[in-house]
Write a protein that binds this ligand. Structure first.
Ligand SMILES: C[S@@+](CC[C@H](N)C(=O)[O-])C[C@H]1O[C@@H](n2cnc3c(N)ncnc32)[C@H](O)[C@@H]1O
Length: 272
């Protein structure tokens, strides 16, 4: 049975390679950080921190303001990579914890700010995770979260999803459905209304997901192992057909600046 979770990469397995994607989604970090005003002495929680973003950037940018960042993710191996990066940067204002969002090990009303980039829609139970987020926020604290938008607004994953469709059953396809589950209809509005915040602002934003060419996108997808499960399930001949399909679908996004994919995500700012 699929709950959408089986299609996700094994985050512990790919932890050592996830950083390969970070430069491509950097514009989202800048947007997210600009949307939340960090104040002196704030205790910030970066939930679903993965290999450390946006927590590491916040700890660096606001270190002088005596802030502290707690970075937390369900996958211990992702947290380990993040912690190593903080050590290399000699950051003293961070700590690292592994636990699922649905069962945060923090006490009530602990944090002044919460950030979460591209995590919420992947939680097994987003409503429980968001309820936990609200529980650990101080009264008046604010949160900034991003999720991916509609499937057709996420071209690269959409192409892979379409290409694998010829060979794999729905439950083994790339996780387009779960990744965009809060980007469709009013899913996000309904989720935040169900949990209840004093103020919620939801905005669809765009950035260009850019590669020199489609070969570079293909290589990164293979090298980072994010679709390892899907490639393991097909033979070499089918892999070549998938490749051709991805290349064909990408054709209309070629520009003189390379492969430029306008991509939409949603930024949510909420106050407890
Ligand atoms: C797409 S990555 C984003 C990582 C990082 N925030 C970034 O933007 O670079 C999603 C992360 O969500 C984490 N995750 C998935 N389900 C989770 C859950 N239930 N609780 C906490 N983290 C979870 C995964 O382990 C993974 O590190």
């Amino acid at each position: 049975m699929s709950d959408g979770q089986s299609q996700q990469p094994d985050w512990n397995q790919i932890a050592g390679k996830f950083d390969l994607w970070l430069p491509y989604i950097e514009p989202v970090n800048r947007d997210l950080m600009a949307s939340i005003s960090i104040s002196e002495n704030d205790h910030v929680l970066d939930l679903a921190c993965g290999t450390g973003e946006p927590g590491l950037s916040i700890a660096q940018a606001f270190g002088a303001a005596n802030i502290h960042v707690t970075a937390c993710d369900a996958a211990q191996a992702m947290v380990d990579v993040a912690e190593k990066k903080a050590e290399q940067l000699a950051l003293k204002n961070m700590n690292f914890i592994s636990c699922p969002a649905e069962q945060l090990i923090f006490s009530d009303q602990q944090f002044d700010k919460i950030v979460c980039r591209f995590g919420l829609m992947l939680f097994k139970d987003p409503e429980k995770g968001l309820t936990e987020i609200k529980r650990v926020m101080k009264p008046g604290a604010s949160a900034a979260l991003t999720v991916w938008s509609r499937p057709e607004k996420m071209p690269s994953m959409y192409w892979f999803y379409q290409a694998f469709k010829a060979f794999l059953p729905e439950e083994q396809l790339p996780p387009l459905k779960v990744v965009t589950s809060l980007g469709v209809g009013h899913a996000l509005e309904n989720l935040f209304a169900a949990v209840g915040f004093s103020h919620v602002n939801i905005e669809r934003r765009n950035f260009d997901f850019c590669f020199n060419n489609v070969e570079a996108l293909w290589d990164l997808t293979l090298r980072s192992d994010v679709m390892q499960a899907q490639f393991d399930a097909i033979d070499e001949k089918k892999k070549q057909i998938v490749k051709q399909s991805v290349f064909d679908q990408s054709a209309e996004f070629f520009t003189q600046n390379g492969l430029v994919m306008p991509t939409e995500y949603i930024l949510v700012n909420a106050v407890k």
